[in-house]
Design a binder for this molecule. Structure first.
Ligand SMILES: C[S@@+](CC[C@H](N)C(=O)[O-])C[C@H]1O[C@@H](n2cnc3c(N)ncnc32)[C@H](O)[C@@H]1O
Length: 194
């Protein structure tokens, strides 16, 4: 996976944290699929805005990020340790009711995505839910800030997740929103139930 992307987040962690907005409003539709107080893994927690909301909502959160600088900032915010973990270090088996990845798996190179999706599937308990969003587009590439993105079409997103693992159900949605680079962004999200 791209060290340049993590290099960006490590070098710019304080600025990224200072620019984080109010959090993802779609977090709560993900949480509605999880049992009350359920165990949730967050991949790419950033500065911990959505993590704080999940803890506030009494979920048993395991927050992680590949950037040690952002994990430190999020640990400070949450008053608990945020683990520094790369997506391809996820080795958990049937451990979580939910896996939440807001604007994070979109950085995984397309050729690595199936293996990461398989890790997410394996980490979930029976009937557990995964939620992840991606920037829309036709190809993969590097943005003006030096971050790698797997830009996907909605159909490609659906195909990638469906082909990578045997989900019981899988849905996608799309919307226009903002992003850290200040650009209007078409986002695609997948909700997949094991
Ligand atoms: C756009 S930020 C999103 C942060 C937060 N979820 C949010 O919505 O604001 C992407 C996050 O993914 C993390 N990340 C990028 N590549 C990663 C990797 N290979 N393994 C783990 N985390 C990674 C970054 O450090 C960063 O915190």
């Amino acid at each position: 996976m791209s060290n340049e992307t993590l290099g960006f987040y490590n070098r710019n962690a304080a600025a990224y944290a200072a620019n984080e907005g109010a959090g993802n409003p779609r977090l709560f539709s993900f949480l509605r699929h999880c049992p009350p107080g359920g165990k949730v893994l967050e991949l790419g927690t950033g500065a911990g805005v959505d993590a704080a909301a999940m803890i506030q909502a009494a979920f048993d959160l395991d927050a992680t990020d590949g950037s040690s600088a952002l994990a430190a900032i999020a640990s400070e915010r949450l008053g608990r340790t945020v683990r520094t973990m790369l997506f391809d270090q996820l080795d958990a088996k049937e451990a979580y009711d939910g896996v939440y990845a807001c604007a994070s798996l979109t950085h995984v190179p397309r050729s690595d995505l199936p293996r990461v999706i398989q890790r997410v599937h394996r980490a979930l308990r029976h009937c557990g839910v995964a939620w992840a969003n991606f920037k829309a587009g036709a190809c993969e590439g590097t943005d003006a800030l030096g971050r790698h993105y797997s830009y996907l079409s909605e159909q490609r997103l659906l195909d990638l997740w469906s082909e990578a693992a045997p989900w019981a159900s899988i849905e996608t949605e799309a919307w226009l929103g903002g992003a850290y680079d200040g650009k209007e962004t078409r986002w695609l999200a997948v909700t997949a139930i094991r």
